[in-house]
Ligand binder design. Structure first.
Ligand code: GLA
Length: 395
């Protein structure tokens, strides 16, 4: 992983081109709770998508990428549908900003970076947010963090066609270094939780990439979301005061069990219990207690595996192996699931041995090389660009 100095983290401008950066994210706990008004606790990690923006000599918007050979160009009034490749993400953001009323002068936007693709670390949100920040700067416009995140989510929902929640875009925009971000996805209020309280100061976050790729534009994520929303609708019929699953209690779910399909029941049980676990994780973070935090992370994995059924054999193996190793307080699948990464809380003194043992076990079982990343919590895109651009950081 590249380690970036402060000069590089801030937006750099020359007469002709400007450089912007957005991080990736890992979610510590609170999975699939962000589309029914629940809690999530992600942090931004030191991978990044870089956008270089040049004013265009002609009247077109053009998009290129270091990773893909196709170049996409269009005029300001172009309304063509998605094409199904990487360019849909930045083009979707352009569309949302235009619909929001922004007049954006012609540009060439070039994306590059090192965020692993399809690993559940939010390469999509990183590309969306860096595009939004670059285009806002180019248009000399400002928007609050919350709105930038919402427009990027809308780009993904409406243009790309993936039914994601708000977590990724929000944390990629608004994260603060050395903190996890506890977000209430119903009203987008948040609390920054220090990563180094008490004994947590002697821990590292280790992300382990199974190498099994999965896209949330695929069918599994959408199916889970529909199962959750069906359950939520039944609960609200029975308990009209409920705004969403973020308010619901396990006893209320139990009272509706006969009216729900077995799948909806288990999905909702994951969501309701996960919201409780995020609160428990918050307490553990505030007390600086890695044993408590690790235990709740591992419990969250069991719920994702058994109730939400979004894990896979490789990920379960990584979690089971991790928690059996010396120095590991807890482990779980992170992100949308069906592949991707685990997140592990590990004692710093034992982190090298932990990684070596996990890699060796994975190789022996699946003949696959495991990539691991030791991740500090870094700033989101706005903290890197807000001051020079005059953008608003929001609350
Ligand atoms: C993906 C989505 C998020 C969230 C997670 C699961 O990362 O983009 O909105 O739903 O899955 O927690």
């Amino acid at each position: 992983m590249t380690s970036l100095s402060n000069e590089h983290l801030s937006e750099q401008s020359t007469l002709q081109s400007r450089r912007f950066e957005a991080p990736a994210r890992v979610n510590l706990i609170g999975e699939h709770t962000d589309y029914t008004g629940g809690f999530v606790m992600p942090m931004a990690i030191p991978f990044s998508t870089v956008a270089r923006l040049h004013p265009a000599a002609d009247d077109r918007y053009s998009f290129s990428s270091e990773l893909f050979s196709s170049v996409r160009a269009m005029t300001a009034d172009d309304r063509s549908p998605r094409v199904g490749d990487w360019s849909d993400y930045p083009v979707g953001v352009l569309r949302e900003l235009q619909q929001h009323g922004l007049q954006i002068p012609p540009f060439n936007l070039h994306l590059s970076g090192d965020v692993p693709l399809g690993a559940g670390l939010s390469s999509s949100a990183s590309a969306e947010v860096v595009t939004a920040i670059a285009l806002l700067s180019h248009a000399k416009a400002t928007l609050p963090a919350e709105l930038i995140a919402k427009l990027c989510q809308s780009a993904e929902n409406n243009y790309v066609g993936s039914p994601c929640g708000i977590m990724d875009q929000f944390v990629v925009t608004r994260a603060t270094a050395d903190h996890a971000l506890l977000l209430n996805t119903r009203d987008l209020t948040f609390e920054l939780l220090p990563m180094n309280n008490g004994h947590l100061a002697a821990c590292k976050i280790v992300v382990a990439n199974s190498g099994v790729k999965h896209s949330i534009a695929g069918g599994d994520y959408g199916l889970r979301r529909r199962e959750v929303e069906a359950g939520q609708a039944k609960l609200r019929e029975r308990f009209p005061a409920l705004r969403d699953l973020g308010d619901a209690k396990l006893e209320q779910l139990a009272a509706c069990e006969q009216e729900l399909s077995p799948e909806s029941f288990r999905r909702c049980r994951h969501i309701i219990s996960e919201n409780l676990r995020v609160r428990e994780a918050r307490e553990a973070m505030l007390c600086g207690d890695p044993i408590r935090l690790g235990a709740v992370m591992t419990a969250a994995h069991a719920s994702e595996r058994d109730d939400f059924e979004c894990s896979i054999e490789e990920i379960d193996f990584l979690v089971d192996t991790a928690v059996s190793l010396q120095g590991c307080y807890g482990a779980r699948l992170t992100g949308g699931g069906f592949g991707g990464c685990t997140v592990n809380l590990v004692n710093t003194a034992e982190v090298d041995d932990f990684i070596a043992a996990l890699k060796s076990a994975y190789r022996a079982k699946f003949s696959l090389e495991l990539e691991t990343y030791i991740c500090a919590a870094v700033d989101g895109a706005l903290a890197r660009t807000a001051a020079p651009l005059g953008l608003q950081e929001g609350r």
